[in-house]
Design a protein around this ligand. Structure first.
Ligand code: CMP
Length: 135
């Protein structure tokens, strides 16, 4: 079933020049880019996007990181796109993510982990409405 999901290519990936690599992996897999924008997350958007994490101890440094510079927000679509993009992304911690995944190939951190991808249909709908209210 065709689905849409929200991807954020995080500020670490933008600083490291990995935007093309990451978008290329999504495109080569056969997924479509319905929207792609360079954006900067402000504090209010961070609190809304990460509503389920705002009370966690890792949230303050996560918020500082996510608002530290531009990121690339994208709506990605295709067959089972939510699960497929999560597979390409790999587990949260780059040290535990297998080779072949974006986090496994490019990172060593569980905070500065290059990419966010919606984790369910409900999250995708909520996050796309937050980042791209017009599409
Ligand atoms: P993301 O997919 O954007 O969803 C929540 C984010 O919180 C996650 O990627 C990481 O960037 C960050 N995160 C999750 N768990 C931890 C943790 N234990 N320590 C630091 N950052 C974390």
């Amino acid at each position: 079933m065709s689905e849409r999901t929200l991807v954020l290519i995080k500020p670490d990936a933008v600083r490291r020049g990995l935007v093309g690599e990451i978008l290329g992996r999504l495109e080569r897999k056969g997924l479509a880019l319905d929207a792609v924008e360079l954006r900067t997350m402000d504090a209010a958007l961070a609190d809304a996007h990460y509503a389920e994490h705002v009370d966690k101890p890792f949230y303050p440094p996560l918020k500082d990181f996510m608002t530290s510079g531009p990121l690339v927000a994208a709506v990605v679509s295709g067959d089972d796109a939510i699960a497929v993009v999560r597979l390409l992304t790999g587990p949260t911690d780059g040290r535990k993510a297998p080779g072949g995944t974006i986090r496994g190939d490019f990172g060593l951190s569980n905070r500065e982990n290059l990419i966010h991808a919606s984790d369910s249909a409900a999250s995708a709908e909520r996050e796309i409405a937050l980042w791209f209210p017009k599409i």
